[in-house]
Structures are given as structure tokens and as C-alpha cells.
Design a binder for this molecule. Structure first.
Ligand code: SF4
Length: 427
């Protein structure tokens, strides 16, 4: 059986052109990169979690739901962590549970592009769809991001190589600028590579703004920015010669010294550039639906991530209510973890608290987090085993179609599982 135009739920590209062939128990994908293909192979993998467990023993589904609900309702301040490889419909139920119980709700955004979101909140962002980037951009900038490895189909389907409506010759109609401390595989394709001194993005943006306003850069510029004046001049010439600049920014900005201020100052520069040409910016969000969580959480609570309901209303303070911090400070006493492997990624101090407190995990495959969990509930692969909405990295919602059934019948989706837990809590 062949299924067309399936959405890949792995990285922020949310490729919607995947062709999946199910043949003699095997899954064959077309148009998917290795990362995406690995996710589709989960459909038939022999390590798939297909039965609920409590303390490692297989139990009845209803018992596992009840125990999960008991863990959350007995807690004084539970943490609901909604990972990004699930639909926004499931995320909304997770947010509702945190609100009902006076807990905290958070998502991968707090440890990746959260500072980008903060910078955008402070300055506002001129943005567009990734399709417009493909059709219009004659200069593509990658700043602190290496999409060839983080979003393998980015360049081939959207940013560098494809034909666009106004860029009929694909790569030949585009100039590529890469700014990164490392000479990455993306940088190897650049017309101009700018080697940034780590943590010195703000001085460099400031030098670019000074040049834009007609100031001469002096002999101290290289010492302060880490980039020589000739390269900055060349960079500005390329930008100002463009009809449309498509800028993609990555964790090199959000996770280095300066964090949200890096993004804020970049957006100031882009606002000034827009007096001379057109420039739009998109964050290269890493996870498939991490942008979706920011959307649904903002719609539901007024804030994009790291929201605390312990006073009966939503409060937002990244650094205080974000997952890494509340775990490290032992500010929460139970946790529901959905579709993310925090056990493999958080700092040791935070993971130690996950070991100490009751933990329910919803996931499709065994991982460090499931090993730490009191209750493990089998996850449904959203976008393959049930329909749902996913936001691409440019904040465009895509509706995913189901094409196979989950390998069990006690739940139809992660949203359904969370609703069952919520009903049990309310009882
Ligand atoms: S680039 Fe991302 S969304 Fe596209 S197939 Fe690869 S992992 Fe999936």
C-alpha cells in the first residue's frame, strides 16, 4: 500500500511530501531524510512500547491510567511536559491538566528557541512563510544554524536549491551567506562565510548597523567583533544588493552569550535593513511541533511556554518556571512527560529529581526517561496513526492524515490518552 503527501513529525521542516510504502511488513519512505525515515521505521520496529507498565510490570490499561491520574492529583505542584513530537490537540489537553491542578506546563521551547521567542516578543518580527523564502529570496542567510545536519531537507526542498517563482534557476539565482563560529557543512556551500567569534554576535550586529548609518568602522572593529572590516563591508554589500533577504536563525544565537538580546539586536538590524531592501526572518525550530506548542500555549494561557498555574492563574517566567530549573530546584513533586526524552538530555541535577519523584511517561520507544518512570503509557505516533495539527518552523499549521492504526486499541491518540487521564483526575 502506498500513501502520498504524509507529514514527517521529526524536525521543524515538517516535510509534507513524504511517500510511504508499506510492503510485506516493511516501511519504505521516499522524500524523507535519514532522521525522518528512522521515525517512520518505528511503525514496525520490534522495540515499540505496546503495553502499559507500572514499575516495569505490564498492567491493565485502566490501572495505568488510574495510577497516572493518582500521581498527578496527589502532587502539590506537578510538572506537565508536552514534548514536540505530538499534535497541538494533545498539547492543549496537557495545558488544561496543568491549569486544573495548579501545576506547571512547559515544552522543548524552554531549552532551545525560548530566547528567540523572548527576543521576538520584545521587538516584533518581519517574517513570511518558508515557501515565500523559496519563491522570493535572492540572498539566503544562515546565522548560527547548520540546516544541512539539523534539517536535512531544508536546502534541497526550500532554501538553497529548489526553483522558486522568481528564482527559476534555483541555486544559481541565490547568494548564500553563512555566519557561524565553525566551518560547517552548510558553510561549505556559502558564497560568503563569516567566521563569528563565539558570543560576539551583538558587537557584530552593532558594527553592521553603524555601517548602515554611514559610520566608518575603525581599527578596533576586528578586536571587538572578531570579524575584519573587509568581510563586514562585503557582507553589507551583499545584503544591500539583494531584492529579498531570507534569514534563518538558529540556536547559535539563542543559546550563546546574549541569548534573547542577540535576537533583539538582530531584529533591530533587520528593521533598519528593511528601509533599503526586504528582509524576512525565520527561526530554524528544531522539533516538528515546537512552534505549535508556542502557538497553542499562547492562545490558551497568553504565554508561549514555562507557565505556572500554582496561584490559580497563569504566570510566565522562563528561568523560574522552565523545566530544567524547576527540576534542579526540586520545585515540583510529580511529572507527566509526553513525547520527549528528558532523561537523555537534561543536566544531571534535573534528571536526579526525575528519579526521586513519581513520573509518568507517554512514549513510543524505550529510552532513559521510560527507565526512570513509575508508569509508562504506550505513545501513538501522531501524524501516522492518528490525524492532528502540526506547526511548521514558519508557524504555518499543517493537518496530518492518519494512514495506519496504532498497534493497540485502548487509545486512539496521545490526545485521547491525556483526556482519559484528565477524566480520571476529575473523578
Ligand atoms: S527534514 Fe525534517 S521533516 Fe523533513 S524528512 Fe527530514 S526529519 Fe522529516
Amino acid at each position: 500500500m502506498i500513501y502520498e503527501d504524509i507529514i514527517c513529525p521529526v524536525c521543524g521542516m515538517a516535510c509534507d511530501d513524504i511517500r510511504v510504502e508499506l510492503k510485506e511488513g516493511k516501511v519504505i519512505t521516499h522524500n524523507a531524510c535519514l532522521m525522518g525515515d528512522a521515525k517512520f521505521q518505528e511503525l514496525t520496529s520490534d522495540h515499540r512500547i505496546i503495553a502499559p507498565t507500572i514499575d516495569g510490570d505490564v498492567v491493565d490499561w485502566k490501572d495505568a491510567i488510574k495510577r497516572s491520574a493518582d500521581i498527578l492529583k496527589d502532587a502539590r505542584r506537578p510538572l506537565i511536559y508536552m514534548g514536540s513530537e505530538t499534535s497541538i490537540e494533545a498539547m492543549k489537553v496537557g495545558i488544561d491538566i496543568a491549569d486544573y491542578l495548579g501545576g506547571i506546563v512547559d515544552n522543548n521551547a524552554s531549552m532551545c528557541h525560548g530566547p528567540t521567542v523572548l527576543g521576538i516578543q520584545q521587538r516584533g518580527v518581519p517574517s513570511c512563510t518558508i515557501g515565500q523564502m523559496k519563491n522570493r529570496a535572492d540572498t539566503v542567510v544562515f546565522w548560527g544554524t547548520n540546516p544541512l545536519e539539523s534539517h536535512p531537507c531544508h536546502e534541497s526542498k526550500r532554501s538553497i536549491f529548489p526553483m522558486g517563482f522568481f528564482r527559476k534557476r534555483g541555486r544559481n539565482d541565490r547568494k548564500i551567506i553563512v555566519a557561524d563560529p565553525r566551518f560547517t557543512n552548510t558553510a561549505k556551500q556559502a558564497d560568503l562565510y563569516v567566521k563569528i567569534k563565539p558570543g560576539y554576535d551583538i558587537p557584530l550586529f552593532s558594527a553592521m548597523r553603524a555601517m548602515l548609518r554611514g559610520h566608518e568602522l575603525n581599527e578596533f572593529t576586528e578586536e571587538v567583533t572578531g570579524v575584519d572590516v573587509e568581510t563586514i563591508k562585503k557582507l553589507m554589500d551583499m545584503l544591500l544588493d539583494s531584492e529579498f533577504i531570507g534569514a534563518f536563525i538558529g540556536l547559535g544565537l539563542a543559546s550563546s552569550r546574549g541569548k534573547d538580546k542577540n535576537v533583539y539586536i538582530l531584529l533591530e538590524l533587520i528593521a533598519e535593513l528593511n528601509a533599503y531592501t526586504k528582509c524576512a526572518v525565520i527561526a530554524n525550530r528544531g522539533h516538528c511541533n515546537v512552534a505549535g506548542f508556542n502557538q497553542v500555549c499562547t492562545w490558551r494561557t497568553g504565554f508561549p511556554y514555562a507557565v505556572d498555574f500554582s496561584r490559580g492563574y497563569g504566570r510566565y517566567n522562563p528561568g523560574e518556571f522552565s523545566t530544567t530549573d524547576v527540576l534542579a530546584r526540586k520545585d515540583v513533586d510529580a511529572m507527566l512527560l509526553c513525547c520527549a526524552d528528558l532523561g537523555a538530555h537534561l543536566p544531571r541535577k534535573s534528571v536526579e529529581h526525575m528519579v526521586d519523584m513519581p513520573l509518568t511517561t507517554i512514549d513510543v520507544a524505550p529510552c532513559p526517561s521510560t527507565m526512570l518512570s513509575d508508569v509508562v503509557l504506550p505513545g501513538v505516533i501522531d501524524s501516522m496513526e492518528n490525524e492532528g495539527t502540526f506547526y511548521r518552523l514558519d508557524n504555518i499549521p499543517l493537518r496530518a492524515r492518519k494512514f495506519v492504526d496504532p498497534p493497540f486499541d485502548f487509545t486512539t491518540s496521545n490526545e485521547d490518552t491525556l483526556k482519559q487521564i484528565f477524566e480520571e483526575i476529575k473523578k
